[in-house]
Design a protein around this ligand. Structure first.
Ligand code: SF4
Ligand SMILES: [Zn+2]
Length: 143
């Protein structure tokens, strides 16, 4: 079962069935210990950048695009703004930044896969069209 973990060397927080063997921040080996929500929130602090407005969502998408060797953000600015509105609307009405072009089922665990950016790289849609379902991310080297 997924839970929170904390690197006892650098206080990195990780959510997952098991922690990473090597801490991605400090490089320590087998350094994660079980944590909980209170401790994690204490570590993360109040100045953690929020993803509940346009700037936050666009910045997160840009970060994803910049570090990806495979995909980049669409060059269609109007569509990007529309999708951003859709994601924020889902956050407001359904509690998460769900994909604007797919319907959450109401099953929280299943719907985790719909939080944008989702895991679209492995989907047939991306392999066939070179785009995520909504066309927000496109394969590098295409228009
Ligand atoms: S299909 Fe595209 S827009 Fe939808 S969640 Fe995935 S990455 Fe975001
Ligand atoms: Zn660490």
């Amino acid at each position: 079962m997924k839970r929170l973990w904390r690197c006892h060397v650098c206080n990195d927080v990780h959510w997952g069935n098991a922690p990473p063997e090597v801490c991605p921040t400090c490089g320590a080996t087998n350094s994660f210990v079980p944590s909980d929500l209170g401790e994690a929130l204490e570590i993360i602090g109040r100045d953690h950048p929020a993803l509940d407005d346009r700037e936050g969502v666009l910045a997160a998408w840009q970060w994803f695009s910049d570090q990806s060797p495979t995909v980049r953000l669409t060059a269609k600015a109007d569509e990007m703004e529309l999708l951003c509105k859709g994601v924020l609307e889902n956050l407001r009405t359904k509690g998460q930044r769900y994909c604007p072009c797919r319907l959450p089922t109401g099953d929280r665990e299943k719907d985790e896969g719909l939080i944008c950016p989702c895991n679209f790289l492995r989907q047939p849609t991306f392999k066939e069209t070179g785009e995520c379902w909504c066309g927000l991310f496109v394969r590098r080297g295409t228009q």
